[in-house]
Design a protein around this ligand. Structure first.
Ligand SMILES: *[C@@H]1O[C@H](CO)[C@@H](O)[C@H](O)[C@H]1NC(C)=O
Ligand SMILES: *[C@@H]1O[C@H](CO)[C@@H](O)[C@H](O)[C@H]1NC(C)=O
Ligand SMILES: *[C@@H]1O[C@H](CO)[C@@H](O)[C@H](O)[C@H]1NC(C)=O
Ligand SMILES: CC(=O)N[C@H]1CO[C@H](CO)[C@@H](O)[C@@H]1O
Length: 396
């Protein structure tokens, strides 16, 4: 999700700068990207990128790629509404929320002009989409969604003052069966005391998942705003049978986590301090910290491709991102895509920059990057961007 910095930026403008002096150094270099040299997209000739402009494919916070059915799932909304309602970054105007969020299934092997064939899935209920992930199975696809819905007055159905009481976020499980169906069947709502500021999900099968609470239990107020600095974010683990337990704390704006199905490691990116924390799950599903990969870039969402590489959408400069958030149809801010690989000898991780778009020429304000290892394509979307992009790997 979104970061991000958006979150840091808002109170920074509003509050007195003095309050932030103590964190200023890291903040300037990592979060604001002061002194960071950005490269234009033309510096990356291995890829040919283009925008896909389509009113349906806007403000797509997250994507998940179903490898076995070759469908890309996107959680999309309305770019103008994100600034009114986005409880994860302290935007609580519930009456300004989008009411037409949609889950899209795109068939990436069926090109249609510059885009691909897709369908808008019918989904029951009131959805306010954020993070999304899935699990493939022969019977159908399980989708897990963060639903950032407002707290409502039970008697009238009108939104309460969410800036005071906090949002009422849940995690929803849907099934799409057969996998090319057009209707999602709702299976379960996870609503729990430990689901407080959910951002993104890493599924452990059909009945269990890890997820990040990007601000921990702090839904509103100054503790919410200062959470990325104080590190009150967490990772929690839920099962259908046993509810949700917090399993790692002290994280600074933990965002789009993943679980590596090969070794079970859980990778949690921070949108506040530019790190990716690597955890090993223990038999009771608690998390033991194994390593911290320092990239120096605030990272939004991670994804992993079929050959095990991890792709990270990073935000190289905060101010243009913040400006674009408030004016999504204006200039596109710079984006950076990193690739992280575990060394073959197991001695650690290496990362490198794969794409950067200093001028915002073709990439969206990217919050998620998905690599299709079979074709080499990279799909990019942004939580408030009015378009998505695809980068084709050029034959060398
Ligand atoms: C909340 O959103 C509504 C609908 O978009 C808008 O009319 C109203 O001005 C917003 N309120 C604030 C305080 O921004
Ligand atoms: C919060 O969400 C749960 C689950 O959807 C629902 O049962 C409950 O009524 C909601 N509470 C408020 C205050 O909106
Ligand atoms: C929330 O997680 C904590 C830490 O694991 C646990 O002690 C607590 O019981 C959980 N809360 C509920 C309501 O299950
Ligand atoms: C594009 C992308 O990879 N998004 C990821 C964001 O985080 C979720 C939750 O773990 C992943 O499943 C998505 O793949």
């Amino acid at each position: 999700m979104a970061s991000l910095l958006l979150k840091l930026g808002v109170p920074l403008i509003l509050a007195s700068a003095v309050f932030y002096q103590t964190i200023l150094k890291d903040f300037l270099s990592i979060n604001l990207g002061i002194g960071r040299h950005l490269q234009p997209i033309s510096d990356f000739p291995a890829y040919q990128c283009r925008r896909i402009e389509d009113p349906i494919l806007q403000a797509c916070e997250d994507m998940w790629f179903s490898e076995s059915t070759r469908q890309l799932f996107l959680a999309c909304s309305d770019p103008q509404s994100r600034k009114q309602w986005m409880p994860n970054i302290g935007r609580f105007n519930a009456s300004g929320r989008a009411l037409d969020d949609a889950i899209i299934a795109m068939d990436v092997d069926s090109p249609q002009k510059s885009s691909y064939l897709y369908r808008i899935l019918d989904a029951p209920g009131d959805l306010h989409l954020l993070g999304l992930t899935g699990v493939d199975s022969a019977q159908g696809i399980n989708l897990f969604l963060v639903n950032a819905k407002p707290s409502l007055d039970p008697s009238t159905g009108d939104p309460l003052d969410n800036a005071a009481v906090g949002a009422n976020s849940t995690i929803e499980r849907f099934v799409l069966a057969p996998p090319h169906a057009s209707e999602l069947k709702h299976i379960r709502t996870f609503s729990h005391e430990n689901i407080t500021t959910p951002n993104n999900i890493a599924a452990m099968g059909k009945n269990a998942f890890y997820f990040t609470n990007d601000h921990g239990a702090h839904q509103t107020g100054w503790q919410h705003h200062l959470s990325p600095l104080r590190g009150t974010g967490d990772v929690s683990y839920c099962t259908s049978a046993k509810g949700c337990h917090t399993v790692a704390t002290g994280l600074k704006f933990p965002n789009g986590l993943i679980r590596d199905p090969r070794d079970g490691y859980v990778y949690v990116p921070s949108s506040a301090d530019g790190s990716i924390t690597v955890f090993r799950p223990l038999p009771d599903y608690s998390l033991e910290k194994v390593d911290v990969i320092e990239t120096g870039y605030p990272i939004d969402n991670l994804s992993q491709d079929s050959i095990g590489d991890i792709w990270a959408a990073a935000i190289p400069k905060a101010w243009p991102m913040l400006k674009a958030y408030n004016n999504p149809l204006g200039p596109t801010p710079p984006s950076t895509i990193l690739r992280v690989r575990r060394r073959a000898d197991g001695s650690g991780w290496d990362w490198e920059k794969v794409l950067e778009d200093a001028e915002g020429e073709v990439l969206p304000a990217t919050t998620t990057a998905i690599h299709d290892a079979q074709t080499g394509r990279i799909f990019l979307s942004g939580v408030f961007s009015p378009f998505i992009s695809v980068c084709e790997k050029k034959a060398l």
